[in-house]
Structure formats: C-alpha cells, structure tokens
Design a protein around this ligand. Structure first.
Ligand code: SF4
Length: 339
C-alpha cells in the first residue's frame, strides 16, 4: 500500500489518519513486522489489524549463500510457495539490492538460468518491495541502491514494478534516492516510452549484449519483435526526455559477441547520445555452452570504447562462487531437491 491507501484503510477502521504513518515507520524504519510489537498503536487496533489478515511479510528467507566479498544471495519463499532470488552487494559507500520482479521469465535469453526455467507469474508490489526491505533488516543496514535486475523482465510487470519503485523511493517507505534506483530491461520498446513519461528520475539499463540484429535475436528472442534500430531509438528518446544517461549492458561471451566486428558495431550504436556501456564478464550458467571472454578481450573493448570517448565501465565480478547470476541458485536448489 501507498501511504494514502494505508490512510484510507485505517480510517475505514475508525482510526485517525496518522496511524498509517505510525505503521509505516514500524515497517520501513524499524523493520518490525509484528503488530503486537508496534507499541504506540492501541492494543485493540493491533488486534484488529492482525484479525484483518494484513500481511507485513510477503517474502520469507528460505536459503542464502554468502561470498567472501560479502555478496549474499537470498532464496525467498512467497506466500503461495513460489520462490525468487535477490542479491545483496555491499561496497564501501553503497549497499545495493538486486531484486526480482517475476517468478521465472518469458523472455528466454539463451545465456540466462531464469530464461531456461520459463515463466510462472508476475510478482505483486509487496513481494518486490519486501525483498529489499527484508535484506536491509537482515543485514542491519540501510539499503542505498536497488536494481530491478534479478529474475524476470521488470517492464513486463510494469504496474507492480513502478509502484514498488515509488515505495522504495518514498520518504515514508525505504527512502532510496530515485537516482539510485535502476530498471533493467531486455528491450520492451513501448514500455520504455511509457517509462520516459513517468515523473521519476530513475535509471534505465538496456540489456544489449549484441550490437547486430541476427546475433541479438539469437541471444534475446525479444529482439525479433523490437530490433536494434527501434530499441536504440527508444533508448535515445529516454535519455533526451529524462536527461538521464542510459546504460547499455554488454555481457562478454567468448567467441560469441566479442570479435572485432562486434566492437565496431557497438561503437556505432553508442555514437552521439547520452549512454554508458557497462561491460560484464559472463557468469557461466551450466547447460548454455557459453564461457566468459578472455580478460585481454574485455580490456580491448574497454580501451577502444574509452579512446572513442564512449563512457564505459567494467562490472566488477561479484559472487561467482555463490552462483549470483539470476536464477542460478533457484535452479541449483531445484536440482538438489530432485536428487
Ligand atoms: S536475462 Fe533477464 S530478461 Fe533475459 S531471460 Fe533472464 S531474467 Fe529474463
């Protein structure tokens, strides 16, 4: 619920409007889920809230793995028994959560563990927000950044993702700055145009991964519906409309998208607009047959883009030993349960 929705709810129970803010403070600032522990609420109201079946915990931790660098992957159970994964990435100045927006995914990217599992359902707003909230509670830290880059295509679950983003951003919610919130998409073009019209200064990341249509269609089947020219036009529109730099994510896969021609095509796509290329060492997923590019190749891409005045970075490899790529832990646990 937004604060306004919660105010309507509490007033419908005969309570003053400010009770909503009190409840939100317990949930988001104190990390308290149990109404009985919300000590400034009248006892009768605490009981009333519990009797109404109001759910404060939409996800429950069922497993987790922590890497030596502090990256921690969570395996969350939802109320209907489905599961999603989220990742906590601690750095000196930022504490980031990568959250999921769907159970499974219908996009079916060739390099992705989630893509191999198929689509189950969209997440509800509470299930998205609670991944971030719960990790903050468990790690006893304030989450400073959140990215919709876990399982699922966020823009295929547009309404819930946007409402969750607003709750993550709201002062009465988790209070994460809009500029620290990112939505990553495989390229649903109409939704990118829609997002450009929202009054939110959030970041957009496009999973590019290939700079020519035939290869990109092989890696991301959605490219057949929204090929590169229309996708890049949408990216340019988002950058121009929001004045925000669009990130182009590029997973480096050995012998697939890391040749000289690929580099030339990538340079051409980035020419003359407000974008930033994020080169990502591929985190191998069993069964895909793909392997990470050699580090010399990664460096060559980086240096050539930099020399051509393209904003570029290399994503630091985190959590490979805990299978931090989206969908990997879920897949592994399912295999273990079958054994
Ligand atoms: S990479 Fe993202 S969009 Fe592609 S299949 Fe995996 S979860 Fe879906």
């Amino acid at each position: 619920m937004t604060l306004q929705e919660m105010e309507e709810f509490v007033t419908s129970l005969g309570q003053p409007r400010y009770r909503a803010e009190q409840i939100f403070k317990w949930l988001y600032k104190q990390g308290v889920d149990d109404f009985a522990l919300m000590s400034n609420l009248p006892l009768a109201f605490q009981r009333q809230l519990a009797e109404k079946g109001l759910v404060t915990a939409a996800v429950t931790e069922e497993g987790a793995r922590e890497a030596a660098d502090g990256t921690k992957k969570y395996y969350f159970r939802l109320l209907d028994g489905c599961h999603v994964e989220s990742v906590f990435i601690p750095e000196e100045r930022r504490k980031t959560v990568c959250f999921s927006t769907q159970v499974g995914c219908a996009i079916g990217c060739a390099f992705c563990a989630t893509g191999q599992q198929g689509f189950v359902r969209n997440l509800r707003v509470a299930e998205i927000v609670d991944q971030v909230r719960r990790i903050g509670i468990e790690r006893k830290t304030r989450i400073t950044h959140a990215v919709a880059m876990g399982q699922g295509e966020p823009l295929a679950n547009y309404e819930a993702t946007l409402k969750a983003i607003r709750l993550l951003n709201a002062d009465y919610g988790l209070g994460i700055a809009a500029r620290h919130l990112t939505i990553s998409t495989s390229g649903i073009v109409p939704a990118i145009y829609r997002l450009a019209e929202e009054d939110l200064q959030i970041n957009l990341a496009i999973s590019l991964h290939a700079a020519r249509d035939d290869l990109r269609s092989e890696l991301i089947p959605l490219n057949r519906t929204y090929p590169l020219p229309v996708l890049m036009e949408a990216g340019r529109h988002y950058a121009a409309r929001t004045k925000r730099r669009v990130t182009l994510e590029y997973i480096m896969i050995d012998g697939v998208n890391d040749g000289e021609e690929d580099l030339k095509e990538l340079l051409a796509l980035t020419n003359g607009w407000l974008c930033h290329v994020n080169l990502i060492p591929y985190n191998p997923v069993p069964g895909t047959g793909y392997h990470p590019s050699a580090s010399a190749t990664l460096r060559r891409f980086y240096q050539t883009l930099q020399r051509s005045n393209v904003a570029v970075s290399i994503r630091q490899e985190r959590g490979a030993e805990i299978e931090a790529a989206c969908g990997q832990l879920r897949q592994r646990l399912k295999q273990m349960k079958k054994r």
